[in-house]
Design a protein around this ligand. Structure first.
Ligand SMILES: NC(=O)c1ccc[n+]([C@@H]2O[C@H](COP(=O)([O-])OP(=O)(O)OC[C@H]3O[C@@H](n4cnc5c(N)ncnc54)[C@H](OP(=O)(O)O)[C@@H]3O)[C@@H](O)[C@H]2O)c1
Length: 301
């Protein structure tokens, strides 16, 4: 039995594909109010996988359900991940496996520190999913899940090989370079889309030389972490491929939701400070992004 905490876009995407693939899973909702709200339409999810709309009844529970948890997929935003796992601490079995699919960095390490008796795995995800309404889920972009342990010595879970084909996965014992690279790409795009309120494709023209300075500093930061540094080409390719898209940070701004800025650019700037690496262009970007959030009366972290 798998448990998933967080019934948002990605939590529902995992639950829907697992259920369609015949793998038992239960969704843990925040509290009984949320569960009542979810059950109002009979707990039905209309899952549009791009070809078919599946009608699914997903099994839900609250953190105080009595069953122990052996495998937990944590599908909240980065800032909510630690409190979510804390809410089920009393149910985690010794050696329970935690699968963290949050964007950015920082939340994974905080959970590993708070749960030393658990095995912590990170998933870097390229799927795109969104909810047109509470009970509808659209799988907008079929992607891939790169899975690996936060601490390289943690063994590979055997059950991963029984995941359905709809969940494309690969295993990496060194997941940190993958997470860092994604973080660096997000740092170069998302905060600019926030401050200029623009689509990804408009970033190079709007940010101009500032973007180039940020990329140089991000390359220096990756080098300090001991990772490959050729970022510029990848960032240009992502900007081109997603030119018409709004970044998740800009989507959060428009939906008046808290962003994950502190786990993306905030984390990068803190890591640079710890490494004694001057990053004036990134620091300025973080400051302006925070100002923009404050102007919109949103949390600045
Ligand atoms: N969506 C995508 O396509 C995508 C792709 C790649 C990566 N990601 C990353 O995946 C993570 C999740 O993103 P998302 O788009 O799925 O976010 P989301 O739609 O906002 O879903 C987050 C869910 O977590 C729930 N939650 C928060 N705290 C909880 C708690 N203590 N107990 C139970 N549930 C709790 C929220 O419920 P409430 O409504 O009760 O707050 C919400 O339903 C983010 O880090 C994101 O960057 C997303």
């Amino acid at each position: 039995m798998l448990h998933i905490i967080g019934a948002g876009s990605l939590g529902l995407l995992w639950a829907a594909r697992l259920q369609l693939g015949g793998i038992a899973c239960r969704l843990i909702l925040r509290n009984s109010n949320r569960q009542e709200q979810w059950l109002r339409n009979g707990g039905i999810l209309a899952f549009n996988d791009g070809a078919t709309v599946h009608t699914l009844q997903l099994a839900t529970e609250t953190p105080d359900a009595p069953t122990p948890i052996r495998h937990l997929i944590v599908a909240t935003k980065a800032y909510a991940a630690l409190p979510a796992v804390e809410s089920v601490r009393h149910r985690l079995q010794q050696g329970a496996e935690l699968f963290l699919l949050q964007n950015g960095l920082g939340s994974q390490q905080a959970i590993a520190d708070a749960f030393p008796e658990c095995r912590v795995y990170c998933i870097s995800i390229t799927d795109g999913a969104w909810r047109p309404s509470e009970h509808e889920l659209t799988w907008a972009g079929r992607g891939h899940n790169t899975i690996g342990p936060l601490h390289p010595a943690t063994p590979q879970p055997t059950w991963l090989s029984s995941l359905p084909d709809s969940i494309s996965t690969s295993w990496r014992t060194d997941i940190l370079p993958v997470l860092w690279r994604k973080l660096a790409v997000n740092c170069a795009i998302n905060p600019f889309t926030l401050i200029y309120d623009c689509r990804n494709g408009d970033v190079p023209e709007r940010a101009d030389g500032w973007l180039d300075q940020c990329i140089t500093e991000l390359e220096q930061l990756l080098a300090r972490q001991g990772f490959d540094t050729d970022l510029a080409e990848q960032i240009q390719a992502v900007i081109l491929a997603t030119a018409n898209n709004s970044s998740s940070t800009r989507q959060d701004l428009h939906a008046r939701r808290r962003t994950e800025l502190d786990y993306i650019l905030g984390y990068a700037c803190r890591a640079a400070r710890e490494a004694d690496l001057p990053t004036p262009a990134l620091d300025q970007l973080l400051e302006q992004a925070r100002e923009t959030l404050q102007q919109h009366q949103l949390p600045a972290d």
